[in-house]
Design a protein around this ligand. Structure first.
Ligand SMILES: [Zn+2]
Ligand SMILES: [Zn+2]
Length: 147
């Protein structure tokens, strides 16, 4: 008998998986359908979505850039054990260079299910689905319910 494919999860992994499953079940269609989407490009503050179920979400551009859901960024985060939105560790520098906060040069909808950003650093391959955004809502209430 082969043991291939059997993975042993740590308690931590297991708990995270259970949390994710709970979250996956909890979302209704209304929770995944935006009523209003505001990309506050000029203000530089981020994206706001009012959902059909009455919930309001907000994400900063910095969070969104560090949560890019493209395959390359997902893989990089997995290697560095970073959660979506968690910034890259900065190397210790004697004279840290000023890095302007992430901002999109432009943003546009993808079909009826997602948003895409053309970041000022030239990256644009991430497709931010409503599902992804709602599951990573950064409002105080959602953050509290995840921990
Ligand atoms: Zn990416
Ligand atoms: Zn929320």
């Amino acid at each position: 008998m082969s043991h291939e494919g059997i993975r042993f999860l740590s308690k931590e992994d297991q708990e995270r998986q259970e949390r994710e499953e709970r979250r996956a079940r909890a979302l209704t269609r209304e929770a995944l359908t935006p009523l209003k989407v505001r990309v506050l490009k000029t203000e530089g503050t981020g994206v706001e979505i009012d959902w059909t179920d009455g919930h309001k979400s907000h994400w900063s551009f910095a969070w969104l850039r560090d949560a890019c859901p493209c395959a390359t960024c997902v893989e990089e985060r997995q290697l560095q054990k970073r959660e979506p939105g968690q910034p890259k560790p900065k190397p210790a520098q004697l004279l840290p260079l000023y890095e302007p906060p992430a901002r999109p040069a432009s943003a546009h909808p993808v079909g009826r299910y997602a948003l895409q950003f053309n970041w000022q650093d030239g990256h644009s391959s991430g497709i931010y689905s409503w599902d992804f955004l709602r599951r990573h809502c950064q409002c105080a209430e959602c953050i509290a319910s995840r921990d």
